[in-house]
Write a protein of this length. Structure first.
Length: 318
């Protein structure tokens, strides 16, 4: 009874925009711990009161963490990813898990295209060359997107939006997924190595988690070849970081654009020092529009859940 009638305490374990924090504080008792939860519950949080947790796919929420929150009713992932939320444990405990599929998909797709253009045209190294006075010696031809071959790892919402943008460049499309999609553009490749061999740009846009860990391996990068670029806007775990470092050192691929990386925010010096590597700090999905959409989805999921919980308590089933 107390869990339903008591205060609506929300524990947020990730950094959130100010507007989202303001909205949560208006309607809930918010415990904000953007650095997450390691071994012990964050200071000042009474586990008996926490009815909702806000997290994301990277931070997640484990079975043991759920066990430490006896009043927990709902886990809301801020954004589309929820791979590190133990959904099986939540189901077993009767805890609702929500996320916001599609809320930032367009922004991620835009970012992927931007990384592809920047890598192909050499925006970063050429800007640096001009800064140090190497204008005349830096005007060699560069590849572009028009007519190039794009391989997509994943054909979900983001993959489809990247594909639609790529068609504006008359790119040849191929994709790898768990199964072919009859309505998807481009050719389906059951074998990722074959897709990489047929691509000038390999863009990773699939789900993270154990099933896709190191899916893009040294063999895949070798197949992509010395003129090929790899772009990752999915999860860092999908691309084998050491394999990428080795491929770049051996000039086995032309370059990489990374919005995510294993062990982020730590980035190996070998990647930061490479002139044909671009690294952005996991912001592919962040734009004013996408953050508003994610905020609205989060608030709606919490509001609907607590309204339903109150109705269930007020009107017991027969």
């Amino acid at each position: 009874m107390s869990a339903v009638l008591g205060g609506k305490h929300v524990l947020a374990l990730i950094a959130l925009p100010d507007a989202t924090l303001d909205a949560l504080r208006r309607d809930y008792t918010l415990h904000y711990h953007p650095d997450g939860w390691s071994e012990t519950l964050p200071a000042g949080v009474d586990p008996v009161n926490v009815r909702a947790v806000v997290t994301n796919g990277s931070t997640g929420l484990s079975d043991s963490q759920m066990a430490a929150l006896p009043a927990l009713e709902i886990v809301s992932a801020f954004g589309a990813g929820y791979e590190n939320v133990d959904v099986a444990a939540a189901t077993r405990r009767g805890i609702v898990v929500t996320h916001a599929p599609g809320a930032n998909a367009a922004t991620v797709a835009d970012h992927a295209i931007g990384l592809m253009l920047a890598l192909a045209r050499g925006y970063a190294p050429l800007t640096e060359a001009v800064r140090v006075g190497r204008w005349r010696s830096s005007r060699a031809e560069r590849p572009t997107l028009t007519g190039a071959r794009l391989g997509l790892v994943g054909m979900g919402r983001i993959g489809r939006l990247i594909a639609s943008r790529a068609q504006g460049f008359d790119m040849t499309l191929g994709y790898h997924a768990r199964r072919p999609h009859v309505d998807a553009p481009g050719r389906y490749y059951a074998n990722l190595i074959e897709l990489a061999a047929a691509s000038d740009f390999l863009v990773i846009a699939c789900n993270g988690g154990a099933a896709t860990r190191h899916l893009v391996s040294s063999e895949v990068l070798k197949a992509l070849g010395p003129n090929g670029f790899v772009v990752n806007v999915a999860r860092g775990s999908v691309l084998d970081t050491q394999a990428l470092i080795d491929a770049l050192a051996d000039a086995a691929i032309a370059g990489a654009g990374l919005d995510v990386i294993e062990d982020e925010p730590e980035v190996p010096r070998a990647l930061l020092d490479h002139p044909d590597v671009l690294v952005t700090p996991h912001i592919a999905g962040r734009s004013p529009a996408s953050l508003i959409a994610q905020r609205d989805a989060l608030l709606a999921s919490l509001s609907q859940h607590f309204a339903h919980a109150l109705i269930e308590f007020a009107v017991p089933s027969a």
